[in-house]
Ligand binder design. Structure first.
Ligand code: G3P
Ligand code: MG
Length: 247
């Protein structure tokens, strides 16, 4: 009999709900929770290193201040990226992209690695070429899905590295998402769950992976519809609820 797809649980910034976001601790927790995927955010330091952090500024999640693009990797590595979440995480460092990739390889991860290019506010010229070069030199044994709120980043990277999958992030712009899909620029859509529910949005032939799906009600909404994936701060809870709904 035809079996509907199992919804993949993708850990947002690692296990953001239980560990300091976008740190190796958070990614390890996501792996331990049995997440099928990991979502994270890449930006460039002043000396052009690919580093993992969500905000363009280090202020919210570290004891430093200023823009990532104005700080060197050595300066970023001085910062404490754990204390904001809890005293017991003091001294946790912000990782580079390569450190995350090496952790996943060492853990024999074989799921979905969703790397968001944080190019919508600061375009980080050249980051697409850098990613293509990196992943050409460092083949990975898992699925790579690049996403961004900035469509042009995806179009540029896809030309350089067509073997990956691409997904457009959006908050409300359903028309733009449909347009990209029509022109076959992306296979995946990553919309805000609030918008998905409000508009009962669904393109069944697309890889729909809403964010940030944290409440049991939102998780159940996506699991009942067998969406391709959910992006959640609580991967362990999501895996348990999926078991109840999808078996
Ligand atoms: O990729 C899903 C989600 O991470 C997009 O929003 O702001 O958390 O990066 P944000
Ligand atoms: Mg993100």
């Amino acid at each position: 009999m035809f079996k509907r797809q199992t919804t993949q649980v993708i850990a947002h910034r690692g296990s953001k709900g239980t560990r300091p976001e976008n740190t190796l601790l958070a990614f390890q927790a996501a792996l331990d929770a049995g997440a099928d995927g990991i979502e994270t955010d890449v930006q460039l330091s002043r000396d052009g290193q690919m580093v993992i952090m969500h905000d363009e500024k280090v202020d919210r999640t570290t004891n430093g201040s200023g823009l990532i693009k104005d700080l060197t990797l050595a300066q970023l590595k001085q910062l404490d990226a754990g204390s904001h979440f809890g005293r017991e995480f003091a001294g946790t460092k912000m990782p580079t992209l390569d450190e995350v990739i090496q952790l996943l390889i060492a853990d024999h991860f074989s799921g979905v690695f969703n790397l968001e290019l944080k190019t919508n506010k600061i375009p980080y010229p050249g980051i697409e070429q850098q990613l293509a070069t990196y992943f050409t030199q460092q083949p990975v044994p898992f699925r790579l899905v690049f996403s961004s709120f900035r469509a042009q980043s995806l179009v540029t990277l896809r030309k350089l590295y067509p073997q990956a999958e691409y997904a457009k992030l959006f908050k409300t712009a359903g028309r733009q998402a449909k347009q990209m899909e029509r022109h076959q620029q992306v296979a995946g859509l990553h919309p805000d769950i609030r918008w998905v529910k409000a508009h009962r949005f669904w393109l069944p032939h697309m890889q729909l992976r809403p964010w940030t799906v944290n409440s049991p009600a939102d998780m159940a909404y996506c699991f009942r519809r067998h969406f391709a994936g959910i992006i959640t701060d609580y991967p362990a809870r999501a895996v348990a609820l999926r078991e109840k709904i999808q078996g």
